[in-house]
Design a protein around this ligand. Structure first.
Ligand code: HEM
Ligand code: HEM
Length: 208
C-alpha cells in the first residue's frame, strides 16, 4: 500500500467495537469476580438467595454467560474487519521494537478475547452441575462436551488465569496509549477516538 493510501484513523467500525468491547470486558471481569465470590459465600452459607448487584446469583451467572457468548460473536466480527480494512500506521519515528511490542500486544489481546469465552464455555460444559447456558433467556447454547470434574477444574483455572492476564495486558496497552497522548503528544490515541482535534493542534498526522 502506498503511504498516501494509509488512513489517518482507525475505521469507524473498529472504533465502535473497540470501545463497546472495552466497556463490556471491564464489566465482565468485575462482574465475573464478584459473582464468583458471592457464589462461594452462597454455597458456604447454603443461602442461594444472595445477589450480585441486586441480581440473584443464578441469574447473574446466566447473564455473564450470555454477554460472554455475545462478546465471542463480536470478536469474530472485529477480527474479520481488522483483516479486511486498512489500518493507520504508527508515527513514522516509531522504532521497530515499539512497533513489534504494539503488534504483539494486539495479538495477545485477541487471543484473550477468544480464549476467555471459549474457556468459559468449556468450563460450564464440563461442570458436574450440568446447568444449561441460556443466552438472554432466548435460546440454549449447546455444550460441546459432557461433565467431568477434572476438566471443570482445568478450564476454571484457565478462565481465571485468562481474566488476570487480560487485566495485566490491557493495563500495559492502556498505559502505552496514554503515554503516546500525554508524553509523545502524537495522534495514536486520537486515531482510535470517535472525536478528533483540529489538525493544527496535532503534533503529527498519520498520513493525510
Ligand atoms: C470475554 C468474556 C469473558 C470474561 C472477560 C469472563 C471473565 C470471568 C471472570 C473474571 C470470572 C471470575 C473468575 C474467578 O473468580 O474464578 C469468571 C467466572 C466465570 N465465567 Fe466468565 N468470562 C467470560 C466469558 C464467559 C463465558 C462465555 C462463559 C460461559 C458460557 C463464562 C462462564 C463463567 C463461569 C461459569 C464462571 C464462574 C466460575 C466459578 O465461579 O466457578 N464466562 N468469568
Ligand atoms: C481505556 C482503555 C484503552 C485505551 C485507552 C486503548 C487505546 C487504544 C489505541 C490508542 C489503539 C490504537 C493503537 C495503534 O494505533 O497501534 C488501540 C488498539 C487496540 N486495542 Fe485498545 N485501548 C484500551 C482498551 C483495550 C482493551 C480492554 C482491549 C482488549 C481487550 C483493547 C484491544 C485493542 C486492540 C486489539 C487494538 C488493535 C485494533 C483492533 O484490532 O481493534 N484495547 N487501543
Amino acid at each position: 500500500m502506498r503511504r498516501s493510501d494509509i488512513p489517518a484513523r482507525w475505521p469507524v467500525v473498529i472504533v465502535l467495537l473497540h470501545w463497546t468491547m472495552t466497556a463490556a470486558l471491564l464489566a465482565m471481569i468485575l462482574g465475573g469476580f464478584a459473582m464468583s465470590r458471592v457464589a462461594e459465600a452462597a454455597a458456604e452459607a447454603g443461602d442461594f438467595s444472595l445477589t450480585v448487584l441486586g441480581i440473584p446469583v443464578f441469574e447473574a451467572y446466566q447473564l455473564h454467560k450470555s454477554i460472554g457468548v455475545l462478546l465471542f460473536g463480536l470478536v469474530l466480527i472485529r477480527l474479520l474487519f481488522r483483516v479486511a480494512l486498512p489500518e493507520p500506521d504508527l508515527p513514522e519515528h516509531t522504532k521497530t521494537p515499539e512497533r513489534f511490542a504494539a503488534r504483539a500486544a494486539h495479538v495477545g489481546l485477541y487471543m484473550l478475547m477468544f480464549g476467555l469465552p471459549i474457556s468459559g464455555w468449556l468450563l460450564v460444559a464440563s461442570s458436574p452441575l450440568g446447568i444449561p447456558t441460556q443466552v438472554f433467556g432466548l435460546f440454549t447454547f449447546p455444550h460441546p462436551i459432557g461433565p467431568d470434574a477434572g476438566r471443570d477444574a482445568l478450564f476454571h483455572t484457565a478462565h481465571w488465569a485468562g481474566a488476570w492476564a487480560l487485566c495485566g495486558l490491557a493495563s500495559v496497552h492502556t498505559a502505552a496509549a496514554l503515554k503516546h497522548h500525554v508524553i509523545n503528544r502524537d495522534s495514536v490515541l486520537e486515531a482510535m477516538l470517535p472525536v478528533r482535534r483540529s489538525k493544527d493542534e496535532r503534533s503529527d498526522i498519520h498520513a493525510e
